[in-house]
Ligand binder design. Sequence first.
Ligand code: NAI
Length: 676
Amino acid sequence: MTNKNYKHWRVEHDNEGIAWLHIDKADAGTNVLSREVLEELEDIIGGLTQTSPKGVVILSDKDSGFIAGADVKEFTKIESEDQALQAVRRGHSVFNALEALPCPTVALIHGFCLGGGLELALACRYRVADDDPGCKLGLPEVKLGIHPGFGGTVRMIKLVGPLNGLDAMLTGRNLSARAAKKIGLVNYAVPKRHHLSAARSLIKEPPKPHKLPWWTAILNHRQVRPLLGKYMAKQVAKKAARSHYPAPYAIIDLWVRCFDDPGYMLNEEINSIAELIVGKTAQNLIRVFMLNERLKSLGRSEDYDPKHVHVIGGGVMGGDIAIWCALQGFKVTLQDQKMETLAKVVQRAFKLYQKKLKDRRAIRAALDRLVPDIKGDGIPWADIVIEAIFEDAEVKRNLFAGIEPKLKKDTIIATNTSSIPLDELNTVLKKPERLVGLHFFNPVAMMPLVEIVHSEKTSDKVSQMAAAFTRRINKLPLPVTSTPGFLVNRVLMPYLMEAVNLVEENVPMALIDKEALAYGMPMGPIELADTVGLDICLKVAEILSEHMDIAVPERLKKMVEKGQLGKKSGKGFYVFKNGKPVKPPIPKNYTAPTDVQDRLILRMINEAVACLRDGVVDDAELADAGIIFGTGFAPFRGGPFHYIESRGKDQVVKLLEQLEHRYGPRFAADKGWKDL
Ligand code: NAI
């Protein structure tokens, strides 16, 4: 029996008295808990209290999974704490009503079950998850600067205990079905084909609720919570400062203060999230989420479906690009002049696959997809060729001239060059429109962004194909023009060079790094330069200095001459022990200049303005996205242009003028400020 038509739900009552609630959000590939979806669910549950079914099952009709969370787009429209309170209260009342149903309730979970989706499942009495690796359960709200807000903070800790529950909420990481079963988050982790019968049996013979080990009661005890909470806050502080990221601290605080009284804790959860959601951090992190979505939308996978990737150059970059593409399911042939280099890549691949895939068969399969190809036999079969050989225009041109006659007619050639304009490389090609830049960042496995570099000659179709390919390997495409340094290196370099200037002025290196961290950068500039490699920094700086007003510090040249290359040689600015920099402490009586942070950050921001003026990217939003995902620029600040807006454009220009007065023309405000 089916009753009442809903837009996003389908309700069926079977002849065993079970109500099946199918969620299938209209006009969407993924289910999210939008306001409408929740309103309909409220109505459905209201109906169920009248019809008194024997059991209720909630399941998704989408292939993509159960429910991916709340509707983040709606968050951006919240303008006041009152509006936030209203929205959160609605969710609470629906989930409380679901929890209060007198019959057994079951959530059948496959694919993504995140955030509000998991909170909905937590309000059910039982949960069954698909044991496929694609099934992911988690409460990732901290990544958006908030915490679970539909009762999840209470129900999660009650169900899986404070250690597992808080860990899931504080890290925001996903759990597989098996891991979820282990901690008691789900009752069964079984293949999807068994889900319907599992649900029926849970309803017909409801098992006793999952019982936590006795010692969790001690951890949850009123007198223990403050101590444990303090310890956890200390751990969190190592990763995220309270002033920048208040959400994880709020989670700990809720548990410590309120866990004795679940009703009170539910209420306090509402107040806490309403306050967080209108705060700067959450609004900026939500913005970063939307920027991520925008970059994703720039590469539509329908535009291109390549199967075979041929990579030429198996060094630091080419090797890692090949490894990554094979991990993402592509057949990859990897060509290099040297067999030893290819052998090293295979070893590196094995290590990464072990870490990422764990399962032996999956590791084997990924390794089988990565084929060393010293002679370049893969070229005629490739759909895309990625070149990552030495950074030398002549060598690259010779290579392109040699391979073009062997390529299939639609194969695109992508170069990973970080500094050579494409128009200097495409001159030897019969079809120059097929050359595009795919500028990856080091380390490839960690960096989400790829700059899609187009010259005047690159055809739009090829740029689109390159962006689509980037999505297919699970990276974020950012279209940029073929101008020196593109976007990311161009804004990063003045920042790094300013850090070296500060070292030359005898400002302690640890202090320089500390100032950048205090701003919210993921790593200080001195440590970053050492990590990237001082030889690479020098090379990029020298190339950029031909086109831009950046002086290459003498100190950097001397260090590279002496073989002090940073982490890879064991010594750069810092000495490295076990891969970690040993930072000499800041002398006790040292009085730090007050403008260190501004000197570092404003040089980067000034260059970002210059990039926008030069049209390197289409708009300020894309610049923010590229700089956040390419450099790690303090995400909670929402990107350089957003930062300018929040600090006040005139104020920033005034600061630049003061710095110019003090330190010279490298701080002169770019012409582009006028048009902002
Ligand atoms: P690398 O020196 O580590 O590797 C270059 C590899 O290319 C070597 O293994 C070499 O044997 C091979 N090779 C040279 N000529 C060849 C040819 N004709 N046929 C086949 N193999 C050949 O260099 P790296 O650092 O991997 O850089 C490669 C490219 O990536 C450069 O264009 C560089 O500008 C760019 N890039 C480098 C980044 C980095 O952080 N190292 C970051 C982004 C781009």
